[in-house]
Design a binder for this molecule. Sequence first.
Ligand code: BG6
Length: 515
Amino acid sequence: MNPAGQVSPTEVPSETIAPPATRLAPPCTLVIFGAHGDLTKRLLTPALYNLTGGGLLDKDFTVIGVDRLDGSDESWRQELGQTMQEFTKDPNAEFYTPEINQGWWSDLSGRMHYTKADFTDVGQLEALKQQVQGNAIFYLAVASRFFATVVENLGKAGLTQQSEGVFRRVVVEKPFGADLESSRALNARLLAVLDESQIYRIDHFLGKETVQNILALRFGNGIFEPLWRSQFIDHVQITAAETVGVEGRGAFYEPTGALRDMIPNHLFQLLAMVAMEPPNSFSAETVRTAKEQLFEAIRPVAPENAVRGQYAAGTVQGRAVKAYRDSPGVAADSVTETYVALKLEIENWRWQGVPFYMRTGKSMTGRLTEVVVHFKQAPFAMFADTPVDRLAPNNLTLNIQPTQGLTMGISAKIPGPKMDLAGVEMRFRYEDAFKLTPNVGYETLLYDCLTGDATLFQRADNIEAAWRVVDPALRAWEADKAGPELYAAGSAGPSGADALLERDGRAWMKLDRAT
Ligand code: BG6
């Protein structure tokens, strides 16, 4: 991450995506395994396009796309160029820009080359050696079952060998393992070939500006941190609700489910940003050690504190949605969860007694990713003889998406002769203060990997610690034949999730409220 972005909002140039002080990334060959895959088309290419436009790539930066299908540089460039054009048509896509800057695109596409190879075959990877000289990053945009094999083959082909002034790095996507045991086994296989410092386990949530802003908010201001503890905070809610369903991803989603897909990675990263102790610097090791200490303090989730649901047919924002079980690639009697809610307890001085509730789900009533910090109520006695019958709770919402900003809920006096109060909001919105440029979040992460900054990537112990927390829920669900509770597509999730909070005298924030 680049902590040096100290520019006033009006100074942010409209044409670039990076603060002016950002340095050029070193020359490097980026080898993408899975050249035809969705990740490459929909996220990596727009990110590289934005980095090109930001003038952040060295003149000797090149991309080699590797896949099993026949193809040429020209056909690959055309295929990616087509997807880029489609981005100009859909403002709701992962990336939207009203027009593609032809100068940026021809600069980038001229650096892109295609190689047909089967990455499970060492011999075919050895052939890559001629093309890959000097610094290289190997990006595993492939199904997770291939991660270890590709890394082992890269090792055998001598492609992971670093030398003085030359780096060789590997970017690994999620899911990183399917539980504690398999994540340990995967880490062990990668670490038999690579040094930990060569492995960049990516979590795209950490590429989101609003997620990185949580650190800026907590540690760059004097007013929040003193209140950021059990003395003043009642509980915290972390939500990542989606209106999309499983769409065409049934084959991936069936053995994965909402918990593995979202919790030990994305939601735990949000949790870490909100709950870790202040690190002394942004250095990768300091930040990742702070996360590790937090994760180690979380009690493994008790099965009664884990709720799962699966969407049945319904209507999402006016659109009829079929049941999850009727989606392509999904078993008619599937027990895969498309919704999960957890109550987590952190056993350290700062958070003892402050529950962290998290939930994520597909086909829900609203699209909303946010963290809401609920502060303790003010004493009521002073208002006993007034028309006030209850005080609005004070909460601080870190709006991550679609709204990007910060919202503070406070009580204010309703103008008039009587002392009566109403809940009102103080709002900061990114788009009001800064010029936002279209990006997919992978820009920062790719740039960080090129410059060797692993702050926003997960260390082996971080991943294992997160799996350790959620493992008891996975084990309990495996043994429980009842399966997940059904919820109607377009609803706020299963009733069991409401009960989880009601038990504690609390309620979830509404998903369809205006933000
Ligand atoms: C991905 C999950 O990692 O994150 C998807 O595999 C999910 O299932 C997505 O939809 C959510 O990311 P975002 O950035 O759209 O909130």
